[in-house]
Ligand binder design. Sequence first.
Ligand SMILES: [Cu+2]
Length: 265
Amino acid sequence: MTDTLTTAPADAPGGPPTVPAWKRAPIAPILGIFVVLCALLTPFALFVPAHLMGDAASAHMRGIESTVTAFSLASVPVAALVWAVTIYSIIGWRHRGSEPPAEEAPPLRGNTVVQVVWLVLSSVLCLFLLIWGLAVLRPTPSAASAGQPLMVEVTGQQWTWSFGYPDNGNATADRLVLPVNQPVQFRVTSKDVIHSFWIVQMGVKVDANPGETTLASVTPDRIGTFDIRCAELCGLYHAYMQTTVQVVSADQFASWVQAQPRATS
Ligand SMILES: [Cu+2]
């Protein structure tokens, strides 16, 4: 009985050996798909991912945006190569009809050159991302060294945020207002479960833990209204635990904070 799945076409006597289709490396079409994908993905990586969170309102957030862009660009050739092989595999090696293929599928086996190249490239890529991340996202000088920071107490509770201004007569507010270009230090805590205080366009994100105080600092450098969200799943209405921060001029802030109620204790 002839096994059609494992029998390769017989070579012609005296002629060159017949190379099964699956053994011919389709370098050119895969390279073509790779180049097209790189051309499509590069502008996407340059202009889309870093701007999904809105325009930056602090130098720290601009560092995060440049990091997102660098990481997206570094992932373009990797994604393009994987997709190119996948797309060619789906189209180029497609078998039609109800009969089984005349040739057996290629066996999976190691290829030392590919493994070494892949490992070296991956290592270089990881090293680049590590160095970039350490350089761009290094801790900024403490707010104290850039002038007296404005202290703001942030308290999370299911499912709202409240704010206190201990240096401004213990003013309290249910919304956050900050003066532009003034270093701010947040002292963040929680009344019940773990929340996470996230000012999206300023790149501030820090856990709010019950019984603990965590610190975060930023200098808002753009006047406007920006998003505050809870970034820690904290219960039924977690998705609605959001508010805004308004960044205003120093004069506007002074008159606003003056008009706020004072904490009683
Ligand atoms: Cu929360």
